[in-house]
Design a protein. Structure first.
Lengths: 393, 140
């Protein structure tokens, strides 16, 4: 039987985004933001928007394909897909789903998109307004656990305790995002650099998370156009080939709520193996990495569970100099990411990974052939993806 | 001008449903009970009517000793909603001596001096609505 894999079969041909806004400040309705990002991605790819015949998104995006297709003049809708799971855990999952559809002949031109105008609906960072709940949450809410920051700080605290990791490791991750944002014209936090002192003196959100360990909340939209590798070769930009994409979580993740064996985890142990197996690369082959920062503690655990650093060496390794695009050992979050570019639920990490393959990032790493994205950690399912140049195939 | 008042830890009522009612009913009597599977004997959290280990229905409610250790914690300096006036408070998962880890608060302590691994024992805070919140306090 032939090997079943996405490796080199599909490529990113176009990327697009709206300007990024502070939370609640988008001038357009959320669906208009989605359309603007999709039109920009089509223009970037050099294709007629009516040719888009597939749509894939995640995190229950409110702008469904039927509505979008009507506005885009879609000739024929052939693929309409939602990756289950909240937060940004599904970003690379949507890439996997779109790529699988193209590879299987279900659709030819699939857009992965995410649009957020949280001010027009509800904010993620505020958590639920105590609805009629059952199961595990019914036992949590009376104790004053209301926000994602609180929920995930418990994981980070345990992981740091188990491995003797200190606050400075989280600070290094935050510093990298802010450092790269200063060069990125799209970044919300451009012009607002972060120093070690500023980090140390910032208020606690939920210890061990300072203010600067937590993502922003923003409005905007981003889109990525995928086509077959064969077609991508003749299009406007250098293709970013999908070398691999994986999604899911370890067996038993949901069985015991926070009682599982892998509580202090980003939930990537099996998903990282599956990604590397498909892409036929390992962490040492990765030239540049975007790792979703809902909270820096999630990045820390993601890096360990993808083999970029041993937990016991995290303190030593996670310092700004090692994480810079210009000369760092592991260039990390080179657009500024969720902390400092824009919280576009991690789709902005995928567009940055593509920029790195094309060679036109504002923080370009030299000679990138393998560019990786780790999407939202600590939720379930999680997902990840790797993009490669022609030379990587 | 209003006088400064000391922070007060609230005791919001949980949402009681048929699945978790035996648990909350026991708290009013100052008992911490846990569901034990009639089939495989595992003691599970959170309370529910089937066993997440073997998948069978049927649990017995057993009395827990009310002692355990702090598995992990986080400090919230400024709460929201009912916790808006709580002052700094500690969220924690306490690992009970019977095995399960449960969400709780660590109370009657200096929030800056607690550590993972500290021994704790249960105290009950009445919600005034037919339930009491099991919380934990350090055992010195
Ligand atoms: Zn059982």
């Amino acid at each position: 039987m032939a090997e079943r894999s996405l490796r080199g079969k599909v490529a990113v041909a176009g990327i697009g985004e709206t300007p990024y806004y502070k939370h609640g400040q988008a001038p357009d309705p959320e669906i208009v933001l989605a359309l603007k990002a999709i039109l920009a991605a089509c223009d970037d790819a050099g294709i007629d928007p009516a040719e888009v015949d597939g749509f894939a998104s995640y995190s229950d995006d409110r702008n469904n394909p039927t509505r979008l297709a009507a506005a885009l003049g879609t000739k024929e809708l052939r693929f309409s897909n939602m990756q289950w799971g909240g937060g940004g855990g599904g970003g690379s999952g949507a890439i996997a789903n779109a790529s699988a559809a193209i590879n299987a002949g279900i659709a030819d031109t699939v857009v992965v998109y995410r649009s957020l105008a949280q001010g027009q609906f509800a904010r993620f960072g505020q958590g639920p307004k105590i609805p009629a709940i059952a199961g595990d949450p019914a036992f949590n809410i009376p104790y004053g656990i209301m926000s994602p920051a609180q929920q995930y700080s418990l994981k980070a605290m345990r992981f740091m305790h188990e491995h003797g990791i200190h606050q400075t490791a989280l600070r290094g991750i935050a510093m990298a995002s802010y450092y790269h944002a200063q060069n990125n014209p799209r970044a919300i936090m451009r012009g607002r650099p972060l120093t070690e002192e500023k980090y140390d003196n910032s208020r606690w959100i939920s210890e061990p998370f300072h203010l600067y360990d937590c993502c922003m909340e923003n409005d905007g939209a981003a889109a990525v156009i995928l086509v077959s590798a064969e077609r991508a070769k003749d299009m406007k930009h250098k293709p970013a080939y999908v070398l691999g994409a994986a999604l899911g979580s370890d067996g038993g993740t949901g069985r015991g709520a926070y009682n599982g064996a892998h509580f202090a985890s980003s939930h990537f142990t099996s998903v990282s193996r599956n990604l590397y197996d498909m892409a036929k690369v390992g962490p040492k082959d990765v030239d540049v990495l975007q790792s979703y920062e809902n909270f820096t503690g999630g990045v820390l655990m993601s890096l360990v569970e993808h083999g970029f650093v041993e937990a016991e060496e995290a303190d030593e390794f996670l310092v700004l100099d090692n994480l810079k695009a210009d000369g760092g050992k592991l260039p990390l979050n080179t657009s500024g990411g969720n902390l400092a570019e824009c919280y576009m639920h991690g789709l902005e990490l995928i567009t940055e990974a593509v920029h790195q393959i094309r060679g036109d990032s504002p923080n370009q790493v030299k000679d990138v052939n393998v560019s990786m994205v780790i999407s939202g950690p600590m939720v379930s399912p999680v997902s990840n993806s790797i993009y490669g140049s022609e030379a990587s195939l | 001008m209003t006088e400064a008042t000391a922070p007060v830890m609230p005791a919001p009522a949980p949402i009681v449903n048929p699945e978790n009612k035996p648990f909350w009913d026991a708290t009013v009597e100052g008992r911490l009970v846990l569901p034990k599977c009639q089939n495989c004997g595992s003691i599970n959290w959170y309370p529910r009517v089937f066993c997440p280990e073997c998948g069978k229905f049927g649990v017995d409610w057993i009395d827990a000793a009310g002692t355990g250790t702090i598995y992990t914690f986080a400090i919230t300096r400024r709460g929201m909603g009912a916790y808006g006036k709580a002052g700094p408070y500690v969220l924690a998962y306490v690992e009970l001596d019977e095995g399960p880890r449960i969400m709780t608060n660590i109370v009657d302590c200096d929030v800056d001096s607690i550590n993972i691994g500290d021994k704790v024992r249960v105290v009950f805070h009445d919600t005034g609505s037919g339930s009491a919140l099991p919380r934990f306090t350090p055992v010195s």
